[in-house]
Design a protein around this ligand. Structure first.
Ligand SMILES: Nc1ccn([C@@H]2O[C@H](COP(=O)(O)OP(=O)(O)OP(=O)(O)O)[C@@H](O)[C@H]2O)c(=O)n1
Ligand SMILES: C[C@](O)(CO)[C@H](O)COP(=O)(O)O
Length: 377
């Protein structure tokens, strides 16, 4: 069964306030959109994810190399339609349509939606209304309503792709609250599956704190360490943390011998219990001869993201007498930030000498240590 997900992220988040649309604001260090994309793309049944961005936000696409990007419209249903069109050339069997503003969606809830599609063209999560319902005008209650049979709708809302695509294409009734409304207007049967209180939609300013409190209860924190050494050989520069640094020698290695980036890549693999760089990129493979090490680091960072982890911070220590690292540390942090997609203020690059002791002290090579911390809500 081919299952795709569409994450609509083209809204402006006006009710949430703040300087940035809500999907670009942070929860526990990673952006709301990072959590949501990770939650969907790490689900084993979901093969493809489409992220629908506002035209002003297309610059963010580079931070999501593993997803298909589409450009959204002025309303939620126009954005969903853009996501469906992006899948139309190679249509999946099922599609799950999700709000970027619901970053705490669980794998179990996604499983329930998929299971609900076994006997129905649509399936969507919801919670039965448990509070009493009133009508009101100003500050006065004007009436009461029976809550029996009323539900609070959530996402992801799942559908047979062909059915919801036809429903969206044929929809003429103006903006709809959600895809269930569009499906039902087209006569599709939609099953209700159990939603979760945890699957809140970040809507108002107070919802960021609520989401962080919920995340804190189940946070999975992992650390990994990496260590690497490369010997000097004749040359006129070394590559350290992606930055060429003039020197009277080069570092010797199968790839570009970027000892700092290798240590950091191993730290991320270590946190994931995913072996080391040599397992993923064997030195015996001629494809990696002279390779720029950003390939390795990007792979490790994407692996972390695809497993639902955000990189909370990294700390790299270079051990050498020469060259001096301080003047280049800012450029190194910026380069590591660019490759990993995390903020430079979560990346530390520092250096120490070994007081002229040992192989680094004798200037036979450079060593590097790295630590990485990954978090999953
Ligand atoms: N033109 C739009 C409007 C909304 N959405 C998406 O639809 C989801 C649910 O909408 P809502 O929570 O209302 O988000 P915003 O429209 O961003 O918020 P607001 O109404 O406060 O501006 C969000 O993931 C939002 O990004 C979208 O992709 N395109
Ligand atoms: C689709 C939805 O998440 C269901 O609860 C919701 O309708 C979308 O958000 P909005 O606040 O209604 O725009």
């Amino acid at each position: 069964m081919d299952i795709a997900a569409i994450i609509v992220a083209a809204g402006r988040g006006t009710r949430a306030g703040g300087d940035l649309p809500k999907q670009w604001r942070r929860l526990k260090g990673a952006r709301v959109a990072d959590w949501t994309v990770a939650a969907l793309s790490s689900h084993p049944a979901i093969g493809r994810v489409v992220l629908v961005l506002h035209p002003d936000d297309l610059g963010q696409a580079a931070g999501f190399p593993e997803v298909i990007i589409a450009t959204g419209g002025a309303t939620r249903d126009a954005s969903v339609r853009a996501g469906l069109e992006a899948l139309a050339d190679d249509p999946p069997d099922l599609v799950l349509i999700h709000d970027v503003a619901r970053p705490l969606v669980s794998a179990a809830l996604i499983d329930r939606v998929i299971a609900g599609l076994a006997h129905s063209a649509g399936a969507a999560p919801a919670l039965a209304v448990t509070d009493a319902l009133w009508t009101g005008a100003g500050d006065r209650v004007t009436g009461t309503r029976d809550r029996a049979g009323l539900f609070r709708a959530q996402t992801p809302q799942g559908f047979r792709f062909a059915a919801i695509f036809a429903a969206h294409r044929g929809h003429k009734g103006g903006p709809a609250a959600d895809d269930v409304a569009i499906a039902r207007a087209a006569g599709l049967d939609v099953a209700i599956v159990e939603g979760e209180e945890r699957n809140l939609k970040i809507t108002g300013p107070e919802d960021f704190a609520r989401a962080e409190a919920l995340m804190g209860k189940t946070m999975d924190i992992r650390t990994g360490q990496g260590f690497d050494v490369h010997a000097f050989e004749p040359g006129d520069r070394v590559i350290l943390c992606g930055v060429p640094v003039p020197h009277d020698r080069a570092l010797k290695g199968h790839s570009d011998a970027d000892v700092g980036m290798h240590a950091l890549t191993d730290a991320i693999y270590g946190a994931l219990a995913e072996g080391d760089i040599g397992q993923h990129f064997p030195p015996s493979d001629p494809r990696w001869k002279g390779a720029a090490s950003d390939i390795f680091l990007r792979h490790a960072a994407e692996l972390a993201r695809s497993r639902g982890y955000a990189i909370a911070n990294v700390d790299v220590t270079l051990i050498c007498e020469q060259p001096k690292i301080g003047p280049h540390a800012g450029a190194m942090r910026a380069e590591l930030a660019r490759i990993t997609g995390i903020d430079p203020d979560r990346i530390s690059v520092k250096a120490t000498t070994s007081e002229r002791l040992g192989f680094t002290g004798r200037q036979e090579g450079i060593a590097a240590l790295a630590l990485a911390t990954l978090v999953k809500a």
